[in-house]
Design a protein around this ligand. Sequence first.
Ligand SMILES: *[C@@H]1O[C@H](CO)[C@@H](O)[C@H](O)[C@H]1NC(C)=O
Ligand SMILES: *[C@@H]1O[C@H](CO)[C@@H](O)[C@H](O)[C@H]1NC(C)=O
Ligand SMILES: *[C@@H]1O[C@H](CO)[C@@H](O)[C@H](O)[C@H]1NC(C)=O
Ligand SMILES: *[C@@H]1O[C@H](CO)[C@@H](O)[C@H](O)[C@H]1NC(C)=O
Ligand SMILES: *[C@@H]1O[C@H](CO)[C@@H](O)[C@H](O)[C@H]1NC(C)=O
Ligand SMILES: *[C@@H]1O[C@H](CO)[C@@H](O)[C@H](O)[C@H]1NC(C)=O
Ligand SMILES: *[C@@H]1O[C@H](CO)[C@@H](O)[C@H](O)[C@H]1NC(C)=O
Ligand SMILES: *[C@@H]1O[C@H](CO)[C@@H](O)[C@H](O)[C@H]1NC(C)=O
Ligand SMILES: *[C@@H]1O[C@H](CO)[C@@H](O)[C@H](O)[C@H]1NC(C)=O
Ligand SMILES: *[C@@H]1O[C@H](CO)[C@@H](O)[C@H](O)[C@H]1NC(C)=O
Length: 356
Amino acid sequence: MGYAKVLLGVLLVSALSISTAQPLAPFKCSKAGSTCTALIDYVSPNKTTLSVIQNLFQVKKFRNLLGVNNFSSTASENQTISAQQKIRIPFTCFCSNGTGLSNRSPVYTVVGGDGLDHIAAEVFSRLVTYQEIAAANGVADVNKIDVGQELWIPLPCSCDDVDGLKVVHYGHLVDAGSTVDGIAEQYGTTSSTLLSLNQMTNASDLKAAQVLDVPLKACTSNISSTSLDYPLLVAKDTYFYTARNCIKCACDPANNYTSLKCEASGLKPLSNWTACPAMQCEGAGNTQYIGNVSSSGCNQTTCAYTGYDSQTIFASLVTESTCPASDGTNGGIQGLRWNFLFISTQLIFICLHLSH
Ligand SMILES: *[C@@H]1O[C@H](CO)[C@@H](O)[C@H](O)[C@H]1NC(C)=O
Ligand SMILES: *[C@@H]1O[C@H](CO)[C@@H](O)[C@H](O)[C@H]1NC(C)=O
Ligand SMILES: *[C@@H]1O[C@H](CO)[C@@H](O)[C@H](O)[C@H]1NC(C)=O
Ligand SMILES: *[C@@H]1O[C@H](CO)[C@@H](O)[C@H](O)[C@H]1NC(C)=O
Ligand SMILES: *[C@@H]1O[C@H](CO)[C@@H](O)[C@H](O)[C@H]1NC(C)=O
Ligand SMILES: *[C@@H]1O[C@H](CO)[C@@H](O)[C@H](O)[C@H]1NC(C)=O
Ligand SMILES: *[C@@H]1O[C@H](CO)[C@@H](O)[C@H](O)[C@H]1NC(C)=O
Ligand SMILES: *[C@@H]1O[C@H](CO)[C@@H](O)[C@H](O)[C@H]1NC(C)=O
Ligand SMILES: *[C@@H]1O[C@H](CO)[C@@H](O)[C@H](O)[C@H]1NC(C)=O
Ligand SMILES: *[C@@H]1O[C@H](CO)[C@@H](O)[C@H](O)[C@H]1NC(C)=O
């Protein structure tokens, strides 16, 4: 009898594993050793709060959890999140061996009654399989985990450019009934980009609860490659706090979703800074602070945030031309005319030459 129960248990567990394990291609990430910010969806099985989600994923800056979800920056940590509501989680991606994974984080501590499959399927809403958790943590026997044991959850991600553009890779949890075309349209990309990025050959292979790598357009920034927050990828319609909370950057319609707009956040700094360092551009006649914009004709000069290190926040003046592009187009047509004239002349010479 007891044996039958155990057998039944084993059968049930196997059946469950087959239906929940999604054999997915890992996200491609070619630049070994690179790190960046990535996003992934999370769906809580139960009604919960933002602070519980922040703790589960160990999101360091609560404001960035708000920012990537386009929530108001004054939302409370006690804000209720309904069961099944999708929340985007920001995390640091680390690339190695051709793929990207969250950088040994978040760490989950096993509680009584947990099994690896429960942790993967219920606690982390199938963002990973139990096999992936086992492999990442060197768990030899997937049925043997101990209360109090710490497991890091390897969330899929990437830092690669897509079609030559800087993007934020978003691990999108596919809803039942979604199509590749629909997802592409919703997130401003194309079906062929989604298919190739996810190593899929046929759009009809899309499955509900699959974690799809969706590239979100990111605003360009003037961040230096030596900055601690390089490459500072901020997706369309989101905002992000950086430089130990001293700087707030937004990628929004006010700047046409093209260049990242950064300014002093007005917040107290995190970590060992007692106050935010000076945030001004050198050299300008009048002192310009990060975020100040001045215009001269159709040139627009911005004092742009360019990064930070353990002591300093860096800024520099960046001039962009907002001149109408029509001059360039005319130039192009004129150029074509000259080319045409040149080629015609050459042809006439060739004809003359041949006729001799
Ligand atoms: C969600 O609620 C169910 C009972 O309704 C409970 O068994 C489960 O542990 C809860 N899950 C989480 C992650 O709190
Ligand atoms: C983000 O929030 C702003 C202000 O609340 C709103 O105008 C905008 O439409 C939102 N964007 C998205 C993509 O939801
Ligand atoms: C959130 O709730 C806790 C306990 O219920 C309370 O102490 C705290 O002040 C609340 N935080 C905010 C921002 O409302
Ligand atoms: C790198 O990936 C290959 C194939 O995907 C695998 O065989 C190898 O063990 C991996 N190496 C490391 C260090 O993870
Ligand atoms: C994609 O899959 C569907 C259904 O399995 C099939 O009918 C179709 O021919 C496939 N298309 C290609 C290009 O393989
Ligand atoms: C700022 O960024 C723009 C767009 O990426 C680039 O063209 C420009 O050279 C950069 N300027 C500075 C001063 O870094
Ligand atoms: C934003 O983009 C639109 C269309 O691309 C253009 O007409 C408009 O002038 C741009 N605005 C700014 C402030 O660059
Ligand atoms: C320049 O930026 C500072 C600090 O953010 C702000 O107080 C000031 O009003 C800005 N000046 C202009 C002209 O925008
Ligand atoms: C705009 O900037 C260009 C170089 O970037 C410069 O040649 C031009 O004189 C500037 N125009 C004005 C009105 O400042
Ligand atoms: C803060 O700590 C870092 C090391 O973590 C150190 O390099 C830096 O000098 C410290 N900054 C200040 C202002 O004490």
